[in-house]
Design a protein around this ligand. Sequence first.
Ligand code: SF4
Length: 225
Amino acid sequence: MKNRQHSLPPHPSWPSLDALVRAVRKCRICRDEPWYGRPLDHEPRPIVQVSGTARICIAGQAPGIRAHTSGRPFTDPSGVRLRQWMGIDEETFYDETRIAVLPMGFCFPGLTAGGSDLPPRRECAPTWRAALFTWLPRLELLLLVGRHAQQWHLPQLSLPSHCIRQSVHQTVRCWREIYEADTRLRHVVLPHPSWRNNSWLKKNPWFAAEVLPVLQHQVHTLLVS
Ligand code: SF4
């Protein structure tokens, strides 16, 4: 399979991916000058996994408290399930030369009063996302995990209206149209692998029967070729 080459040039502000990642890791926008709502009440810890050779990218929501503590993405039960869905082990998952992990918000956003994770900070994607993706020229598979990643990335595809700006359930129901929409950069839409979706997974066995085999085949193909 030929590798995909983006037509966009590297973002002019960043002479290299390393320089860009260093800037991301120093970012304190959501603590020091937030655009929306209250500032983060903890020290931001931007968590990205990226290299210019990655052919697979996982676009999730934002790190949870365990990832914030460990400094690595998906170091929690959601990560265990996501790796099962992809059919890969931890060593492969954390190999940044092959798999990038770019959530919609790079820092743990804090908790609601009820103890749930807050949504990804809205400052993050417009600040960093376009520049980072220009430095991923070999990308061929993009996993859109949950509503925030789907709402950001799917409008860039040419899709029937019933597949975009819908609930996660309706969007994942459209998985095949979305998967076929760009044959150079395949998009796979997934619900969040959190335990909170256990009942959805139980009620929708077609997801494991139809979507996961395609995902695993595509991941395996890109890892071995
Ligand atoms: S969430 Fe993104 S924009 Fe906000 S401080 Fe972290 S890296 Fe910066």
